[in-house]
Design a protein around this ligand. Sequence first.
Ligand code: ADP
Length: 252
Amino acid sequence: DLNRLSGDIQLIVDGKRLDGRGFDELRPINIKVGVLKRADGSCYLEMGKNKVVAAVYGPREVHPRHLADPVKAVVRYRYSMAPFSVEERKRPGPDRRSIEISKVSREAIEAVVMKELFPRSGIDVFVEVLQADAGTRTACLNAASVALVDAGVPMRGLISSVAVAKVDDILVLDPMKEEDNYGQADIPFAFFIRNDKIESIALLQMDGRVSRDEFKQALEMAKKGAMEIYQMQKEAIKAKYMIESEEVNSDE
Ligand code: ADP
């Protein structure tokens, strides 16, 4: 039961988060690679109560043709929330929020896709939120980057993404709905990670306010969390391709 604090929800009770997690603890993550038959690559991912699916098509011919780029592939990214993914029915179709999320997520993905290898072609990434509980853009990016690998798209590395929030004056990793809604700040991060090393920040957004020191702390917290996600993404990819190679071997 929630203690009300000056009209707001108290998010840290006796030094604990409402779901019992430590301040720098991720929600449980579950990743399944190759879940859709008709996509070139796909991934189902759960991050806490978030459930998302990513489908990748391409590299393939671009339609309409005039959108094609003669020197590199065009990457498209569509983030969409199912009407049943949130408490109140979400009106289907794109809105300002999903258009913004699609744009910044595409820019993050473009940092790792080797577009120059596929002139005149298109790589389409569709992410669908089936159930939302804050951090859906981060969950979708994690799924999209695994789906791109599953599609065999050449990549410089992976995108691993997680948010940090400030709640009751404390920084917490991977905020869930209550922390996102009633917190003082929300900072989604995505990193370009290659060979177990963070190369750069691929996405950084913020609402609310934090001090300069808090921001530095949040960045460190997010990096640590993203490295954990990166290991899980690699494991999930390995798991799928190990099973496939076993099947191939047993066919011989
Ligand atoms: P993110 O999901 O990346 O954290 P936001 O911070 O914009 O993005 O949203 C936080 C959460 O608020 C979402 O994960 C979802 O649970 C909820 N939410 C977002 N949009 C809607 C909407 N149109 N209707 C109901 N809930 C929503």
